[in-house]
Design a protein around this ligand. Sequence first.
Ligand SMILES: [Zn+2]
Length: 406
Amino acid sequence: MIPAARPIAGGPFATCGRSDCNPGIHPGLRATQRARKRRTNPGPVPRAPSGVLPMRTSPRRRHRCPFPDCPSHKKRHSRIVRHGRYGSRRGSRLRLLCRVCDRTFGARRGTVYYRLRSTRDDFDLAMRLQVEGVTQAAAARSVGISVSTIARWKERAAFHARAFEEEHLEVKDPIELQLDELCARGKGSRDEIWLYSGLEVWSRVWAATHVGRRTKRSTRLFLRSARKTCGNGPEPVLVTTDPYVYYEPELRRAFGPKCVYVQVENLYRRDRILRTESRLVFGARHKYEAAKARLEDGSRPNTSFIERLNLFIRRAISYLQRRTPAPARIPRCLSEAIDVLRCYYNFIRPHSSLRFGKVTRTPAMQAGIFSRPLTFREIFNWVPPPQRDPYTLDFRTRPPTARSGS
Ligand SMILES: [Zn+2]
C-alpha cells in the first residue's frame, strides 16, 4: 500500500522539523518523497518481457472452420471469408464461408453467444451481476429471465473463461506466489468443499484455482495449474503457504528446483494476528535470499496478499458470503462461478493497487499480456481452439463415431 504523499514545505531537501533530522537520510522523509514520486510518475509503460511477442490490445478473433471433417478444422489459418448475411429473430447476422469445404456457418459459431435467444447485452449483464456478489435469483429478476437460464449461461461462460485463461494467462517472470485455501461449505463435515487459490504477488495475477475436497489429489491438481501459469520464469519463484501438510510433497513434485518454499504460520490471539513465523522448507539458502531481495513489500514472507484475494472472492461470489442462506450445494456450480470471476479479475477489472498516475492496470496488463482492460464482450466473442468447444458440436456436426458410442 502506497502511503499518501504529505506536502513538504521547502522543497525536496527540507527536513521533517526535528532538530536531529538529516535530509536525505531521514527515513520518513525519503519514504514520503518516494511515495510522491510513485504517485505522480506513471511508471514504465506496460510491455512484454524481453524475448516475448509484443502485448496485444485485444484477444485475436480468428474464425476457424467448425466442421470436424474439414481438413482446415484444426489449422490456425483456415480460409474463411464473409458470405452475406442471414435473418434471425433479432436481426440479420453475418454468414461466413469456408473455402476449403465450401460450407457456410454463422459468425457467432464457437463464441458464447452462439444460438442465444436473448441479446448479448442481457448475457453480459447477467455475468457482470454474477461477479459482483448478486445471487442467481436476484440476477434473474434483474435481467428478466429464469434462474435456470442464468445457471445455463454461467456454465457456458465458465467453460469459455477457462479456455480463454488457458490460452492467454501466463506470468513470464513470477517473483512470489502465495497459496491458500478457503472453506466454501461444511467445515469439519465430510461433505466440505475447499477453494484453493494462488496469487502471483508482483503482477496480482490470480494464477491458479481449484475447487474440491482438501486432499492430496486436489493439492496436486491445483499446483499443476499454478506451475503451468507461472513456473517457467528464469529465477526460482518464492512460494509461501500456510503449514498445510500436502503442500511440501506436491510442491516438490510440481515445481522442484524452480521454487523456494516458505511456510508461514500466523499466531492469533483474540482474533488478531499476534505474530507471524516463517520457515524455509526447501530451496537453497542463497536462492531464498535472492528471492527475498526481489519481494515488493519488504523482506518478510507473508500470506497477506492471498488473504486479501480471499476476501475479494468472498465478497464477489454470493455462495461464499458469510452467513449466506444459499451456500454452494454442488461443487461444479461454485467452480463455474469461480472461473468467470477469475477471468473478470485478471482481464477486465482494474486493480486499485496497480495504479500508476492516471492509469489503473488490470493484472493481465501488469503481467504484460494485454495492453488495456478487456470487456466481457471481447472475451466471450473469442473463439476457442477446436477441441474445446463441445457446446457448438450439435447433432449435425458431431462425427458418426461419437454418436454411435453414446
Ligand atoms: Zn471447412
